[in-house]
Design a binder for this molecule. Structure first.
Ligand code: ADP
Ligand code: MG
Length: 317
């Protein structure tokens, strides 16, 4: 199978919303008049972002999910994406599974593949997503204000717990392992929640590198601080069965959660609950934004917890 046969077989599909899809030098997008384009890229490298053992279908899902998660964090509606792919070889079984997982998620969010690039090389997947948002409505990291409440969607830490199983520091089997593996390999981008939070949340970010580190991005961009109750962080039954120190590591510094972390004024609390209900995603209040800079952690008894929860940094770890 050659390069063009590969593209035609696995990645060329008719487009419905874009003006032109795969097959020409450029794709042509047709965002609705007056809308801003929201654009984001994320690269996945074998050994860094995924393990060689991952099923191709799950890898296809995850490669797009981490990108859609960025659109969710901005409150943008998905339109289209491009796929730049380096493959060691043209392996039909891999491509069949990968494209199936990729398109299943793409179809679920009405996001069309409109182009890309394909080369031979170590497995590497780079997706760029395009979404649309009304001018002035995008959720940003910079809008948190002292007195706002802090919320997070879903649960945190399961993906990190799965990674610890692969590292051999934790042992889990059966349904418990399947559940955390699913969290690691098949994150669900919170698109519906991001859309529902437009005009409600004052700031937002998706949690990809660990809650404490990603929150610090909001705090820095907004020029504020925060206080978090670490015992309020939502976590699965599987994670709750682990030692407390591990629960805290996974929820605060886990990474790969792809939940939305956001702030909203206290007067918006009912709207936050309504947005969560509309999106069908649980949302938990975990703390508040303060005028005083930096992040303070405490437990359910109000005792200070030291913040040693650095987020993932590619050039420090
Ligand atoms: P060019 O040489 O102009 O960069 P290519 O020969 O690389 O174009 O690609 C041919 C067409 O196939 C282009 O429309 C490109 O966008 C598309 N394409 C290449 N690889 C992929 C891919 N992995 N997924 C989707 N479209 C792709
Ligand atoms: Mg090319």
């Amino acid at each position: 199978m050659g390069e063009f046969e590969l593209i035609a077989t696995y990645f060329k599909r008719d487009v419905k919303r874009a003006a032109l899809g795969v097959g020409d030098d450029c794709a042509l997008l047709a965002p609705a008049p007056g809308m801003q384009l929201a654009v984001s890229s994320d690269m996945l490298v074998e050994g860094r972002h995924f393990l060689a053992t991952v099923a191709p279908e799950r890898l296809g899902h995850k490669a797009l999910a981490v990108n859609l998660s960025d659109l969710a964090a901005c409150g943008a509606k998905p339109l289209a994406f491009t796929l730049a792919l380096a493959l060691p070889r043209a392996d039909a079984a891999f491509l069949e599974g990968f494209s199936r997982g990729l398109f299943a998620l793409a179809d679920a969010h009405g996001c069309e593949l409109v182009g890309g690039d394909t080369t031979q090389g170590p497995l590497n997947i780079c997706i760029t997503v395009f979404g649309e948002v009304l001018p002035g409505q995008a959720l940003l990291r910079s809008g948190a204000r002292a007195g706002d409440e802090l919320y997070v969607s879903g649960t945190l830490g399961d993906a990190r717990l799965a990674l610890e199983v692969f590292r051999g520091t934790v042992s889990l089997a059966g349904d418990a392992f399947d559940a955390v593996l699913c969290a690691m390999e098949q994150p669900q981008p919170r698109i519906a929640l991001g859309l529902a939070l437009r005009g409600v949340a004052s700031s937002a970010i998706d949690v990809s590198d660990g809650l404490a580190g990603d929150l610090s991005h909001i705090l820095q961009r907004s020029g504020v601080g925060a206080t978090l109750d670490v015992d309020k962080l939502p976590r699965s039954e599987v994670l709750r069965a682990q030692p407390l120190a591990l629960q805290r590591l996974c929820t605060l510094a886990g990474g790969d959660d792809y939940e939305l972390l956001f702030s909203a004024a206290p007067s918006r609390a009912a709207q936050v609950r309504a947005a969560a209900a509309r999106a069908g995603v649980p949302v938990t209040r975990i703390g508040r934004i303060d005028a005083e800079a930096s992040l303070r952690l405490h437990d359910a008894q109000g005792r200070a917890v030291s913040n040693q929860f650095d987020s993932f940094d590619h050039f420090r770890s």
